[in-house]
Design a protein around this ligand. Sequence first.
Ligand SMILES: *Cc1c(COP(=O)(O)O)cnc(C)c1O
Length: 376
Amino acid sequence: MGGNQHLRSDLVSAPLQFGRFFLPGPTEVHPDVLAAQTGPMIGHRGAAIHDLMARIDDGLRPLFLTERPVFVSTSSATGLMEASVRNGVVGGRVLSLVNGAFSSRFAEIALTCGFDVDAWEVTWGDVHSPEQVADRLAAGGYDAVTVSHSETSTGALQDLEAIASVVDQSEETLLLVDSVTGVPGLETRTDEWRIDFILTGSQKALALPPGLAFGVASEAMMDRSENAPGRGWYFALDRLMSELVKNQTPATPALSLLYGLDVQLARIAEEGIENRWKRHLAMQERTIEWIEEMKEVGVGIDTFAVEGHRSPTVTCISMPDGDGASATVAEMLDRGWVIGGGYGKLTESTIRIGHMGDHTVDELDPLLAELGDVLG
Ligand SMILES: *Cc1c(COP(=O)(O)O)cnc(C)c1O
């Protein structure tokens, strides 16, 4: 009997070779990481989980450049976005910096948690000016600012260091950061930039299967959390922290995903975090260079995000005449390549390439050649 007789053939009917899957999440997962997930179950209160969690914490801290413990949440990244507002907002207002679909979701989460939200939207593809953020905060009354570091729907990269420095000037205001397509694909200095809460997901630049989220909270965030009346149970940071420091979790952890994470953290440590950032920058550079080459030969595409504020992990490309994205994605799939369509209101007018996770320029080049053929 084969070991795979229960695999749904309809779900695996399009086996792609490694290096052809360029969605901006989930991203392609290395076979060693996939295989690690088949390990046997262990009790989640014994010595074995203790060792595993300790090793995972050691591996995660360098990705965030933090000395603080890293929360491992059994949820997708959105779970920790919700956790951040439930723990970080106690009665004041929330200033949500909106420049795309995910930063807009962050505002909506705060709103549906019952908070008073000022959603400050700029043109999609653009970013917020730190000086203007400072002006807004000067009026006072804000418990928190929410921001999406790398806005995956547009490929725009906020100047997180500058925004963090501005928010740090305001005693009462915490900075809550969705870095789901940021960490660990680009330089993010959690402690040095004095970020109050930052989260990422497993299935983007970490190149793991979906289902886990990771976050770091400052001391100010932990203090705030203890007084947050609506923090609930599952996502209460004080409860998570009291178990985390004992290398445990309040509820049953997703053991199989942790096995994969353990292997992936070793792979990332071997590469080195700075090399990982460099590899992502190289892929971004190549993609934007290619867009310029296409423009020179008369293909009417362009980079969607404004120059100087583009994410190293994802490039959003505007389509010729603002149309035809889904047909392009389908044609690429027919040829054995997966790229992302547009997101939200950009569904038909843009396509997206997730050049993140474990990919390299060597795998990106043939993708761009194929895409050039489809568009040209
Ligand atoms: C993917 C993504 C999310 C949502 O993550 P889930 O894991 O699907 O909950 C949030 N923010 C950004 C910027 C993302 O790219």
